[in-house]
Write a protein that binds this ligand. Structure first.
Ligand SMILES: [Zn+2]
Length: 929
């Protein structure tokens, strides 16, 4: 502490002169302190108050290699970022030399990089790691445990504190800092570090998106290393991981392999605390669980959050560090952030935002927002004093990677100090939250959630059940018919009882979200109700007898399909709304399939519209392709008259801007899951023209921004920004490549899209991209306006009403009204004479909100939700919804696939004449054998 106090008294220059000796004498009891390190961090830290005696030194050790020995640089070196293999190499070297380190292999990423968690603790703790793991597991499922037994286990159990770095690849500091922290924890013998080692098992996830770490590091060296202007920064790389950016922290259903691997690790080791290290706001923001809070979570959690954050604020201030604050940034409503894995499972979620430069280059940063149009580059002024920010960040600051490291490492050491000081309280809290979760389900409704086994499409129910199972939630199958207050449910229904350790999580995921206060804002979605998102019936029961229902535990749920025996002249694959029908279509791409236009009955079996008809000669192919898809295939009688048309397989392009690939990534992900092929194209491919010759359908996914930004994308200024593979930069140029990603499709690209449609192409727009055709005149009869400033709709689930139920878009949908996720900031309208263009609309109003928050719901009243406008020889199909929103709204996915398989017939079932452009459908006689 003395160094800081003196520096404050004598000012910067004096501080520089004696910092090394003062710190090594005052704070590092190890006489063999690393003088080179101390000199480096002194130079790299831009202000004396940005460093302190906890992190200004490192020991020289023969017991373990330092980061410099393995990586060739000290942590926080300007203009240096490490690739993932080097980071992993460091931890492996540490583990090879020290009995205090163990590496747990957890799997692989999409691109084949190994994922790991590094465990660090005193040798005595490492020797009984497995025993400790079993203890925590027992406390995490305390059913059958007496209070005395539980307390005995608590007394001998060490808490594990898991830190995640690099979930967001542009936030480059944490994966660097964690290596230094690991070395410090292994080698330093200060009282604090000894206490942490003795009382805590520190777990480190070195880079939570390893693929993104490598891609961004390459991008930094290629394009961003000389970037020093934070008012006009060079953009980041077009991709991090394979599909998504920031949404890997909104991936509520764990689609990313790294997230899945971490979840598996979590459920095995159950660390009571997960701390996710991010970068954004200055200088250090500590999540404290501000409102709106999710009331289904344990009250203990909301007491633990400020307990930690307040001590860290106090400690860092005492060390002289400015700009540390909590509250005022992120709330505790949505459970979809990765570190919520912990609080969702009765642990404690924590996260930091440390100020970062998007790389390791030191920059002059303008922290205070600059007034004026176009200059509002910070959402709020974080240099303002607030009750929760008594010593705000500076208005401008020279900021370095080492500054970032110092703040974050000091914070984390302080968090570990709390944990090491109260290890048994933390373990006991974890036990009590687990126990409370079981108790809450026993005492309070809903007592269980029922997923009836007789739903038309059980494949979407399987999606839901297996996502619950991935999270460790127990699901049972009723072997007999079930009678509850809410009704009678058939044998085979799935029961999620709430008197289980993860009963609270089941409630959070399955219940309808009632936003606590419409005046509050939330950082991400206000709704995520799984049943509504998936169009799966889920009934919350207030009947306590549900807890006593005999059920058979379900590990993985498989929706059973069946296929009639060989020998019929034709077969119908029933369309019960399964998305797997898409997989089947692509699996049989060289087989002629016809789509049923009007439902009929064949030998007592209802064959709904949208069903596929396949000739008996293709039985073997059909049987192979349908296996495992949970679909029902029936034989058709020899004579049946039914209107059908061919199931199309359009040549499909999905267009992406370079500046916003994330929402496109979700669509790519969904298409890959259902084995649906497509060409991913960017401006370079689009601007080559001749689009109609190459493709039948072009999809423009939501790109999360204005129409202008969609068209003109990354501004053409500064230097060209290549995204291409080379010998030096082998991680660039994946999932598209370009010699210069700036400029967008521009007006020329729009003109080519107009031509594509005029010549018979089908253009499909999703979410906010649907404003483009109206705003740029491609769809002449569609007007776009923007809601009032009072309108606020953070991802609620709202009602939509089908206007043209016989249109192929709605094959597989039985109900006229469906829940959809609100997906755009545009409001659409068409003239009264053009009402027939509207295929689906929002009833709007408060009654139209099924889950979550929509302020100003009246503004949505009777607005179009899907518009289909024929233009020239082609058409533009505009979804104001986003039929593929993250990996969540499975219930809407089919509308997009329906649009593809029926793209030449999108005028079917539209009331009113569309003139001579309507294509007649064929009456198809199924031939007798
Ligand atoms: Zn982040």
């Amino acid at each position: 502490m003395r160094a800081v106090t003196l520096s404050a008294l004598f000012g910067v220059s004096l501080w520089s002169a004696f910092a090394v000796c003062a710190t090594s004498a005052a704070a590092s009891p190890d006489p063999s302190a690393d003088a080179t390190f101390a000199e480096h961090v002194k130079v790299w830290t831009t202000k004396p108050e940005f460093i302190n005696p906890l992190v200004d030194h490192l020991p020289l050790s023969t017991a373990a290699p330092s980061p410099r020995e393995i990586l060739g640089h000290d942590i926080g070196a300007p203009r240096v970022l490490d690739h993932y293999a080097d980071i992993l190499g460091y931890y492996r070297a540490l583990a090879a030399k020290s009995g205090r380190v163990k590496i747990v292999e957890t799997g692989q990423t999409e691109e084949g990089r190994p994922t790991v968690v590094v465990l660090i603790s005193a040798e005595a703790n490492m020797a009984r790691l497995e025993e400790n793991r079993r203890n925590v597991a027992r406390l995490g499922d305390p059913r059958g445990l007496s209070e005395a037994q539980a307390q005995a286990i608590v007394a001998t159990t060490k808490p594990m504190y898991l830190a995640l770095g690099g979930l967001h690849s542009a936030e480059t500091g944490p994966p660097e800092m964690l290596m230094e922290l690991a070395y410090r924890l292994v080698t330093e013998d200060s009282p604090l570090i000894q206490k942490i080692r003795s009382n805590v098992i520190v777990a480190i996830n070195p880079a939570s998106d390893p693929d993104g770490r490598d891609r961004y590091t390459d991008w930094y060296y290629k394009n961003k290393i000389d970037d020093t202007n934070d008012l006009d920064p060079v953009p980041g790389s077009p991709y991090w991981g394979k599909y998504i950016f920031h949404d890997n922290n909104r991936d509520i259903n764990y689609t990313g392999y790294s997230a899945q691997n971490l979840l598996k690790f979590y459920l095995e080791w159950r660390p009571p605390i997960i701390h996710d290290l991010h970068e954004s706001v200055p200088f250090l923001y500590i999540f404290s669980g501000q409102p709106p809070q999710n009331p289904s979570l344990d009250p203990i959690l909301f007491s633990e959050l400020p307990w930690f954050s307040n001590f860290e604020m106090a400690k860092l201030k005492a060390l002289g560090m400015p700009g540390v604050w909590d509250h005022g940034y992120v709330d505790a409503w949505s459970p979809g952030y990765v570190a919520f894995m912990s609080s969702n499972h009765n642990g404690l979620v924590r996260f930091y935002e440390t100020f970062g430069n998007g790389g390791a280059t030191t920059e002059l940063r303008h922290v205070k927002p600059i007034d004026g149009p176009g200059q509002d580059f910070h959402a709020a002024d974080q240099t303002r004093r607030e009750w929760y920010r008594p010593d705000p960040p500076y208005e401008t600051v020279e900021w370095s990677m080492r500054d970032n490291t110092n703040f974050m490492e000091t914070g984390l050491l302080t968090a570990l100090e709390t944990t090491a000081t109260f290890p048994q309280d933390i373990v006991e809290d974890f036990y009590k939250k687990s126990r409370n979760s079981v108790e809450d389900g026993r005492a309070n409704p809903p007592f269980a959630f029922i997923i009836p086994g007789d739903q038309q499409d059980m494949t979407k129910a399987a999606l839901v059940v297996n996502l619950l199972r991935n999270q460790g939630i127990e699901v049972g199958r009723a072997e007999r018919q079930v009678t509850l207050k809410e009704g009678v449910f058939p044998a085979g229904s799935l029961i999620v009882k709430r008197n289980q350790p993860y009963g609270r999580l089941a409630k959070i995921l399955l219940e309808t979200q009632t936003f606590p206060d419409p005046k509050l804002r939330t950082y991400d979605d206000s709704a995520w109700t799984m049943g509504l998102m998936a169009h799966v019936k889920v009934i919350a029961t207030a009947d306590p007898t549900a807890l006593d229902l005999p059920v058979k535990p379900v590990d993985r749920y498989v929706a059973e399909g069946r296929i009639a025996p060989e020998g019929a002249g034709a077969y119908a694959v029933l369309d019960n709304g399964s998305i797997n029908l898409a997989t089947l279509r692509y699996g049989l791409k060289d087989v002629a399939i016809r789509v049923v236009e009007r439902g009929f009955s064949a030998q007592g079996v209802a064959v709904p519209k949208g069903s596929f008809i396949v000739a008996g000669t293709n039985y073997a192919r059909l049987k192979g392709a349908v296996a495992g898809l949970g679909l029902t295939v029936v034989a058709l009688p020899s004579k049946v008259e039914v209107s059908t048309h061919p199931a199309a397989l359009p040549r499909l392009a999905i267009y992406s801007t370079w500046g916003a690939t994330q929402n496109v990534g979700w669509v790519r992900y969904a298409f890959d899951q259902f084995k649906a092929p497509y060409d991913l194209i960017f401006k370079d491919e689009l601007l080559k023209g001749d689009l109609r010759r190459k493709w039948d359908v072009i999809v423009l996914p939501s790109q999360g921004r204005t129409s202008k930004a969609f068209v003109f994308d990354i501004p053409v200024r500064g230097k060209p920004l290549p995204y291409e593979k080379s010998a030096t930069f082998k991680f660039l140029g994946d999932y598209g490549s370009s010699p210069d990603i700036r400029g967008g499709m521009g007006l020329k690209g729009l003109e080519l899209l107009r031509q594509f449609v005029a010549e018979g192409g089908t253009l499909i727009t999703l979410g906010d991209t649907s404003a483009v055709p109206g705003e740029f005149g491609l769809a002449p009869d569609v007007e776009v306006s923007r809601p009032s400033k009072d309108f606020y709709a953070p991802g609620p689930i709202v009602s939509a009403e089908i206007a043209a139920p016989d249109n192929p878009l709605f094959y597989g949908y039985q109900e006229r009204t469906m829940p959809v996720r609100w997906a755009t900031n545009a409001l659409f309208s068409v003239a009264a004479r053009d009402k027939r263009l509207v295929l689906m609309s929002f009833p709007g109003g408060a009654k139209g909100v099924q889950s979550g928050l929509m302020n100003g719901a009246d503004e949505v009243k009777d607005r179009p939700a899907i518009i289909d406008e024929p233009v020239g020889e082609g058409r533009i199909l505009m979804f104001a919804t986003n039929p593929v929103y993250r990996w969540q709204n499975f219930g809407e996915f089919r509308m997009l696939f329906n649009a593809l398989f029926n793209y030449p017939q999108l005028e079917l079932g539209v009331s009113g004449s569309l003139g001579d452009r309507a294509q007649p459908s064929a009456s198809h006689a199924v031939s007798a054998r």
